[in-house]
Design a protein around this ligand. Structure first.
Ligand code: UDP
Ligand code: MG
Length: 313
């Protein structure tokens, strides 16, 4: 019988966990598969971990991992992937925005021979701000990324062991998993679903964290921002050269008496160029910062304790 691992990153989700567990039980009932359900507590400061321990005690399929602090969504998923032993894994959010009722459909596609089955959001019920920014982000991403990824797809997906092994070889720190999962290739397919609302609690992605995540995605899948400076430099020098030629013609050939230009235009140009230089320095800094991050080779996450894994055998 195949084993399927369900992986759930959890950060301060005490309000959603009981309902989530009920729905997972429902979705895995009468299934021809064996399941292991791995909760990774990403350094929650509420009661999440003791609730998960409770599940462990009543259900041999449940495993718990507690990270030593908050490492962030992408790394808690990574910790869950590393700890999983299923022939297939299903990654999903713990707030029931990714419905467990979709799992049987994903498994059916896996049986058809697909290695990655990702859930694509046909609709989503988040705030209008999140919907618009996410919509624009996925389009902008594909515009500049050197590698295209499916749009409107989060981390909710099934992966075969083969795909998991491939993904596990990518140990970069600034993880944009939805890009990496696509980068590995193999047979992939999408199923669509309507993403509902969070059932309780509030989003763990406040605005700045969302921006940081978007930047991680862009900078790890595109070198275009880095190249921007060469393009801009080229365009600017080209126009300056034309302008210089024109001034020289005015001065020496046309002998224009009004040639002294005002401070205003001069200042405008200086400010504009100064601004651009800072912007581009900043972009270079983003990449250098990430290179520095990678070269330190710190472990991606640290585990404080685990429970339920002895049941595997
Ligand atoms: N999460 C996590 N660590 C974090 C932030 C979030 O493990 O630092 C988990 C969170 O508990 C949830 C999932 O990642 O299960 C997605 O987070 P959330 O629902 O807050 O994001 P949104 O759906 O609003 O984008
Ligand atoms: Mg959510």
């Amino acid at each position: 019988m195949s084993l399927v691992s369900i992986l759930l990153p959890v950060y301060n989700e005490e309000q959603t966990l009981n309902e989530l567990y009920q729905q997972l039980k429902e979705a895995t009932k009468d299934s021809p598969y064996k399941f292991e359900i791995i909760f990774v507590d990403d350094g929650s400061s509420d009661n999440s971990y003791s609730i998960i321990e409770g599940f462990c005690h009543q259900d041999k399929r449940v495993r718990a991992i507690k990270l030593s602090r908050n490492f962030g969504h992408q790394l808690s998923i990574t910790a869950a992937i590393d700890a999983s032993s299923g022939d297939a894994i299903v990654i999903m959010d713990a707030d029931l925005q990714d419905p467990p009722s979709l799992i049987p459909e994903m498994l059916a596609r896996w049986e058809e021979g697909y290695d990655v089955v990702y859930a694509s959001r046909q609709q989503r019920k988040d705030t209008w701000f999140k919907r618009i920014t996410a919509h624009l982000f996925y389009r902008f991403f594909n515009l500049i990324a050197s590698y295209k990824t499916p749009q409107d797809t989060g981390d909710f997906r099934l992966m075969s062991r083969k795909a998991v092994q491939a993904l596990s070889q990518l140990r970069e720190r600034n993880r944009y998993l939805r890009g990496l999962c696509f980068w590995i290739g193999y047979k992939q397919t999408a199923i669509s679903f309507a993403r509902g609302e969070r059932i309780a609690g509030k989003t763990k992605y406040p605005f700045l964290k969302m921006v940081r995540f978007a930047l991680d995605g862009l900078f790890s899948f595109s070198n275009l921002p880095l190249r921007l400076s060469s393009y801009l430099g080229f365009v600017l020098s080209f126009f300056s050269l034309i302008y210089l030629t024109w001034i020289l013609i005015q001065k020496f050939i046309l002998k224009d008496p009004h040639l002294v230009l005002g401070w205003t235009s001069l200042l405008a140009v200086i400010l504009l160029l100064g601004g651009l230089q800072f912007l581009i320095l900043g972009i270079h800094g983003e990449y250098i910062g990430r290179i520095f991050d990678e070269t330190r080779k710190r472990p991606l996450y640290l585990i404080e304790k685990k429970e339920g894994f002895a049941n595997n055998e």
